[in-house]
Design a protein around this ligand. Sequence first.
Ligand code: EPZ
Length: 426
Amino acid sequence: MGGDLIITGGMPLNGTVHIPAAKNSVLPLLAAALLCNGTVRFLQVPHLADVDTSVELLQGAGCTARWQGSDITVQGVPSTCRLAPEAAARMRASILFCAPLLARLGRVETVLPGGCRIGARPVDLHLSGLAQMGVHCREEGARLILTAPAGLHGADITLGFPSVGATETLLLAAAAAQGETVLRGAAREPEISDLAAFLNRCGGCVQGEGRRMLYSCSFAPMADRIVASTLACACAAAGGRVELTGCRPETYAPLLEILAQMGCRVETGPESAVITRLGALHGAGRVFTGVYPALATDAAPLLAAAMLAADSASSIEDVVFERRFGCAEGFAAFGAAVQVQGRTLDIRPVRQLQGACARAADLRGGAALVVAALAARGRSRITDTGYIDRGYAGFAQMLAELGAQIEREMPRESASEKKTPSKKQN
Ligand code: EPZ
């Protein structure tokens, strides 16, 4: 979509938001649909750039994948093992399409995945696990050619790090492999439980062409706990009262607990959370992210943005990614007193953040700049908003409906793009 975001900060937020489905559940689910016979329908999927990229990958693999209102249906058997390189290089989740294509076609050709530059993000855990299941991996520069000449077989695999993506890759491979697979040291993020629930729902393994296939089904992906975390931090930063519905608070409990320690009132129900911040916001001291159920790495930049508005110091260390705080430069543009030391962002209190122009450098960092702008006095401009569109559908509208003064400035047409009056077709 593109276009800068123009924000006039200082307005408290008030209202209710129903949390949309989770990007990080929908993407592995779309890859899992490749394992299914028949038509799979995913319900109420948010219109995100990464979802469109996944649809492009599925269509490129020969499947019928399309939007039907806010649902996505995926049908058919992949006919080619080649993932479209430009699309595959655009997002991290393209790596998740490898295991299903190996299961169906015995081969996949792709490129190393793209995604936010928040660290080295190798795929060695994916490949070493697949190798234990009968996959031969070949890297040629950025190209990745994987083959499973004898199909996939179960294995007892120990992950050196509870990688979310590697766990999803191996779960997908195991669902189609002959024999039992045990994953030790696996990631436990709720999105993985969602993928497991989908695979179990499609469970009855259909033996077809000597390869295990799954039935198809309709499935509603879980709510996006990081979007919920983003809005909770926006309320903490700007003040006001925001109710988040449709998302289980236990999926982002550490964030809510820290916001409560910082002076917010947090009231939770089975599928809701109400965050109220009327008085001063205090610093949180030293905070660490971790693998689930600890504070989510994706929430770190968003929580940091709220910390900028606090009257005492905080520091937040991301133990998962090496370069999580690319947004620190943008924070400084707002007059924040921040310093990055390795994986840690140190934040000291300032009297008042001032509106500024800042550039998004990654998905969650870009959203964090918007949160900071909501707390800043005056007008701000956030550029490179394409990063934000990868993970947030209608972000500006969501915030505007809560009372924020935010609008998206559509890119001006360049002179050459100005539509010259078309000649009447005769
Ligand atoms: C998923 O990325 C999410 N992306 C990320 O969300 C999220 O930050 C991350 O999990 C952690 O929760 C999607 O689900 C599409 P990892 P992923 O494998 O799978 C290292 C967002 O903003 N590692 O758990 O790439 C890796 O370098 C995105 O929505 C290896 O060393 O995360 C990192 O340091 C950003 N070798 C750590 O593990 C591997 O083979 C965690 O990565 C794989 C990972």
